[in-house]
Design a protein around this ligand. Structure first.
Ligand code: GAR
Length: 209
């Protein structure tokens, strides 16, 4: 099975969704390590309780590239082949992004390319949208900008607040993320898949590919 490293900053419900999906016998990936940039992230305690190796390193006082290098060392030591960002609220350095190009994905609570960044649900409500959703995308140097690998639409209903919409969208996130990750690691065994992504999105792959 592919070995996945999950990066979190907080609650870790998407990490939990990835982890519990991986317990199915036919799941093509396993969670090799969960890493948090906040030692008090609740998701970290959950991962530890579930018997998943964890590592916490506060980013405070470290330069972005320095911090990312520490994370990178831990991912490589855990022999991770793919990285899943799950509520990881840190911008990533270019070196780190390039090192995992094509093998690092993120989940974002909007229908990208709409509403990159924060406050996605309030912005969707303010715009009068009737549909919201979530996206899983390959991570590139630009924030929330990489090729979209999967999306789920979520209806906006009368009376929705940012909180109710976020809660409903989270259900969709928990379904979408394990499915897209499983697809990525499975299809990657087919070299045409990665080459197709590279061609379609002019994706840079690390020299070792
Ligand atoms: C999720 O809704 C995720 O999509 C979002 O943060 C939440 C984390 O929850 N991510 C972003 O906004 C990234 N830009 P979780 O810690 O329970 O998975």
């Amino acid at each position: 099975r592919a070995r996945v490293g999950v990066l979190i900053s907080g609650r870790g419900s998407n990490m939990a969704a990835l982890l519990y999906a991986s317990r199915a016998a036919d799941c093509p990936y396993e969670i090799a390590i969960v890493i948090a940039n906040d030692p008090d992230a609740p998701g970290l305690a959950l991962a530890a309780a579930e018997g998943v190796p964890t590592f916490a390193q506060s980013h405070k006082g470290l330069k972005r590239a320095e911090f990312d290098a520490i994370v990178d060392v831990r991912l490589r030591a855990a022999e991770v082949s793919h990285v899943a960002l799950a509520g990881y609220m840190r911008l990533l350095s270019e070196g780190f992004v390039n090192g995992w190009a094509g093998r690092m994905i993120n989940i974002h609570p909007s229908l990208l390319p709409r509403y990159k960044g924060l406050d996605t649900h309030q912005r969707a409500l303010d715009a009068g949208d009737t549909v919201a959703g979530c996206s899983v995308h390959l991570v590139t140097a630009e924030l929330d900008d990489g090729p979209v690998l999967g999306q789920t639409r979520v209806a906006i209903v009368p009376g929705d607040t940012a909180a109710t919409l976020a809660a409903r969208t989270l259900i969709a996130e928990h379904q979408l993320y394990p499915r897209v990750l499983a697809e990525l690691v499975t299809r990657e065994r087919n070299p045409d898949y990665l080459l197709g992504l590279v061609r379609k999105h002019a994706l840079a792959l690390p020299a070792s590919e």
